[in-house]
Structures are given as structure tokens and as C-alpha cells.
Design a protein around this ligand. Structure first.
Ligand code: HEC
Length: 157
């Protein structure tokens, strides 16, 4: 599954459906208001990662940090809930993703997420990442110990 949505499965889910799943399967660790608890805070902190205000320490969440909404689907589908990863259906993952994004006020409460509406969501920190200005300091791909991780170019049109 790629950031632009290629590889997202069919299916869909609403904020209302996601709220039910969240309350049954996520709330114990991520908190009633997605504020965190046993596990990470999921929302809040927007604008705290790049500022000079000592009163606004960095708070890293989906809302403040993640550049692509599609990553929420990918991550939750593979890794959550912690004790039974992979147990949620694609519809359930779309729904809980819709709930998280609506609680973060990134999407409206009446949105229904599917492969195309999720790929169209623009995250608040989308432009917060800059290319490394020192590409000459990176090893050439064929010299890299991680060449298997090199990102494949998009297919030719
Ligand atoms: C038993 C506790 C537990 C439950 C239940 C749980 N999570 Fe998590 N979640 C975690 C932990 C621990 C992490 C951090 C994992 C790591 O960093 O490797 C995490 C991380 C995440 C992250 C990534 C946060 C970030 O900023 O990196 C997301 C998104 C997430 N969980 C969503 C969910 C959703 C959606 C559900 C319900 C379907 C859920 N979790 C249920 C414990 C839980």
C-alpha cells in the first residue's frame, strides 16, 4: 500500500461505524478522547513540531506528524489492535480511520472513507517534510546496505 492510495482494498466505512469499533477495540489503550493512556496519543499537537515557543513543546501524533492519511489504514490493518493484529476487516479499518480523522478535525463527521476518499485526504503536516539538502552525503543506491528498501518508481503510464 503506497502513500498515494495505490494498493488500498475495496470497502468503506463511516465515522459512526468507526466510533463503535474504537470504543470496543481501541479505547482501553488510546483513551476515550484519543488522548493516549497505556499507548500513544493519536490526535492533537497540531503545529507543535516546528515553532520557537517554549510553551508549545512538540507533541507527535497522527494529527501533527503523519504526512499521509493512507498510512493510518496501512498501519492499523497490519498492527492494531495490539493483541490481535489483522483481525479487523477492511470495512472496519476504513471506519476506524474515518473516526480518528474526524476526531482530529481533518475530515467532516459525515465522511465515508473508501480507497478514493481516503487517498484524497490532505494531512495537516503534509508539507512539514523537507528533502535532505545533502544528497551527496547519501551512499549511492548500489552501495547502500539497504538497497532492497529503495522505493520503486511509479509504473509508466
Ligand atoms: C492493548 C493496547 C492497544 C490497543 C487495544 C490498541 N492499540 Fe494502537 N497502539 C498500541 C501501542 C502500544 C502502540 C505503539 C506501538 C509501537 O510504537 O510499536 C500503538 C500505536 C497505534 C498507532 C500509531 C500511533 C503513532 O503515532 O505512531 C495507531 C494509529 C493505533 N495504535 C491505532 C489503534 C486502533 C485504531 C486500535 C483499535 C482498532 C488500537 N490502536 C488498539 C496499543 C494498543
Amino acid at each position: 500500500m503506497l502513500p498515494d492510495g495505490r494498493g488500498l482494498p475495496p470497502g468503506s466505512g463511516s465515522v459512526e461505524q468507526g466510533k463503535v469499533i474504537y470504543q470496543q477495540q481501541c479505547v482501553a489503550c488510546h483513551g476515550a478522547n484519543l488522548q493516549g493512556g497505556l499507548a500513544d496519543r493519536l490526535i492533537g499537537g497540531r503545529g507543535t513540531l516546528a515553532n520557537d515557543d517554549p510553551a508549545k513543546p512538540p507533541m507527535k501524533t497522527i494529527e501533527s506528524y503523519w504526512p499521509y492519511a493512507t498510512t493510518i489504514f496501512d498501519y492499523v490493518k497490519r498492527a492494531m489492535p495490539l493483541a490481535s493484529p489483522g483481525s479487523l476487516s477492511d470495512d472496519q479499518v476504513y471506519a476506524v480511520t474515518a473516526y480518528i480523522l474526524s476526531q482530529a478535525k481533518i475530515v467532516p463527521a459525515d465522511i465515508v472513507l473508501n480507497a478514493s476518499t481516503l487517498a484524497a485526504v490532505r494531512m495537516p503536516n503534509r508539507d512539514g517534510f523537507i528533502p535532505d539538502p545533502r544528497p551527496d552525503k547519501l551512499p549511492a543506491i548500489d552501495k547502500s546496505p539497504h538497497k532492497s528498501l529503495a522505493i520503486a518508481p511509479p509504473p509508466a503510464k
